[in-house]
Design a protein around this ligand. Structure first.
Ligand code: ATP
Length: 351
C-alpha cells in the first residue's frame, strides 16, 4: 500500500523555478496522471518522487513517512521511461530480472518471477532475444515487465507510449490500464497527451509553468475546467475560445455582429464553447454566420472550421454532412453550454 503526499514541493535549477510549491495527495492504488505541455515540470516532479532529483524545498511522504533522504533503491518504486532504458547487451530475461539481481533474489525465485511478469505482458516467447531484435511495442513491454517484476508499491511512468506508432499506442495504453487495475499499484503517469490522460487516469493533475492548474477526475476536468488554460488543453479539438466584449445582454467579438447571449459579467471576457456543443442552424436562426475555412471528414463525424477573430473555431457535425471551403454556415451557441473566463487571468467565471 502507498499513499503519496507532496507538501509544498519546490524545485529550482539555478535561477529557473521549475516546480512551484506543489501540493498533491495521491491515494493508495490511485492512477494519477500529471498532464501538461513540454517544460511545465512534470518529469521533474516525478523524478523527485523517484529520488532521482532532490527537492529545493518541501516534503515527499510515502504512507505518512518523509522519504526525502531515502535513496531511490530503497523507495520501492519502479519506473518506466520514454526510452525504456533497456540494457542493450542483456537479453529480455536478464533485463526483466535486473531489479531482482540488484536485490540479490536467489536464481530459482528470479526465474519464477520473471516468467510470471513476462506472461502478464505476453513476452514469454522472447525471453532469449536481445533488445535490438524486438519491435518498439515489445521493448515497451520489457520495460513494463521489469517494472512489475518485484511488486513495487509505486509505479512511475514517464511518457511510456510516446515512442510507439499511433495504433500500437492505443493497444499499449489498454494494456497499461488493465495491468494497473489488476495490480492495484499506486501510479504516477506523466504525459503531454490529453487523450492518454483522459483514458487512463482516476484523477488528472493539469500542470502549467510548475503549478497545478486543476486536479480532478477526467470528466470534471473536461466538463468543468477551472480556467482557460485547462479548457484549451483538454479535448480534441480543444475548446473554442473567443475574445469578446460584453455590453448589456449582448456579446460581441471584434467587428462581428452583436450576439444576444447572457454573460456573467460586463466588459472584456473570453467565451468558450466545445465543438460538439454547437449546432449548424437554418439562416436567421443562428447566433453567428461565417464562411468555412476548412471542412474535415473524420469518419464518425465531420469538423466544420470557421475563422473568427483570428482563431479557428471548430464545430463537430454529423458524419454525412458535405460542405466545402467558402460555404456560408449559421451557428447556434447553446446558452447553457457556454463557458466564460476572465480575459486577463483566464480564471473561470460562473454565471
Ligand atoms: P517534457 O514533457 O518536455 O519532458 P516536462 O513538463 O516533463 O517537459 P521537465 O522535464 O520537468 O518538464 O522540465 C521543466 C523545466 O526544467 C524545463 O525548462 C527544463 O529545461 C528544466 N530542467 C529540467 N531538468 C533540468 C536540469 N537538470 N538542469 C537545468 N534545467 C532543467
Amino acid at each position: 500500500m502507498a499513499l503519496i503526499e507532496l507538501r509544498n514541493l519546490d524545485k529550482r535549477f539555478g535561477t529557473t523555478h521549475v516546480v512551484k510549491s506543489l501540493n498533491l495527495d495521491i491515494s493508495d492504488r490511485e492512477f494519477l496522471v500529471l498532464l501538461g505541455p513540454s517544460g511545465c515540470g512534470k518529469t521533474t516532479t516525478m523524478r523527485m518522487v523517484a529520488g532521482l532529483e532532490q527537492p529545493s524545498s518541501g516534503e515527499i511522504l510515502f504512507d505518512g513517512v518523509r522519504i526525502n533522504d531515502v535513496p531511490t533503491q530503497l523507495r520501492d518504486v519502479a519506473m518506466v521511461f520514454q526510452n525504456y532504458g533497456l540494457y542493450p547487451h542483456m537479453n529480455v530475461f536478464d533485463n526483466i530480472a535486473y531489479p531482482l539481481k540488484l536485490q540479490k533474489y536467489p536464481m530459482n525465485e528470479r526465474k519464477e518471477l520473471v516468467d510470471r511478469a513476462a506472461a502478464r505482458v505476453g513476452l514469454q516467447p522472447f525471453l532469449t532475444r536481445m533488445p535490438r531484435e524486438l519491435s518498439g511495442g515489445q521493448r515497451q513491454r520489457v520495460a513494463l515487465a521489469r517494472a512489475i517484476v518485484r511488486n513495487p508499491v509505486v509505479f512511475l511512468m514517464d511518457e511510456p507510449l510516446s515512442n510507439l506508432d499511433a495504433k500500437l499506442r492505443v493497444t499499449a495504453r489498454a494494456e497499461i490500464k488493465n495491468l494497473s487495475e489488476e495490480l492495484g499499484v499506486t501510479t504516477i503517469y506523466v504525459t503531454h497527451d490529453q487523450v492518454e490522460a483522459m483514458t487512463l487516469a482516476h484523477r488528472v493533475a493539469v500542470m502549467n509553468d510548475g503549478v497545478i492548474q486543476q486536479l480532478g477526475r477526467p470528466e470534471d476536468i473536461y466538463n468543468d475546467p477551472a480556467n482557460a488554460f485547462v479548457a484549451s488543453f483538454i479535448g480534441s479539438p480543444a475548446m473554442n475560445l473567443l475574445p469578446v466584449q460584453v455590453i448589456g445582454d449582448t456579446v460581441r467579438y471584434e467587428e462581428g455582429p452583436e450576439l444576444s447571449l447572457r454573460a456573467p459579467r460586463q466588459g472584456r471576457l473570453t467565451m468558450g464553447v466545445r465543438a460538439e456543443d454547437m449546432q449548424l442552424a437554418e439562416p436567421g436562426q443562428g447566433h453567428l454566420s461565417a464562411s468555412i475555412y476548412t471542412f474535415e471528414l473524420l469518419g464518425d463525424s465531420t469538423m466544420v472550421n470557421l475563422r473568427l477573430a483570428d482563431r479557428v473555431f471548430s464545430i463537430k457535425a454529423p458524419k454525412d454532412l458535405r460542405l466545402a471551403r467558402g460555404d456560408s454556415v449559421h451557428v447556434r451557441l447553446p446558452q447553457d453550454k457556454l463557458y466564460w473566463f476572465d480575459a486577463d487571468s483566464g480564471e473561470r467565471l460562473r454565471g
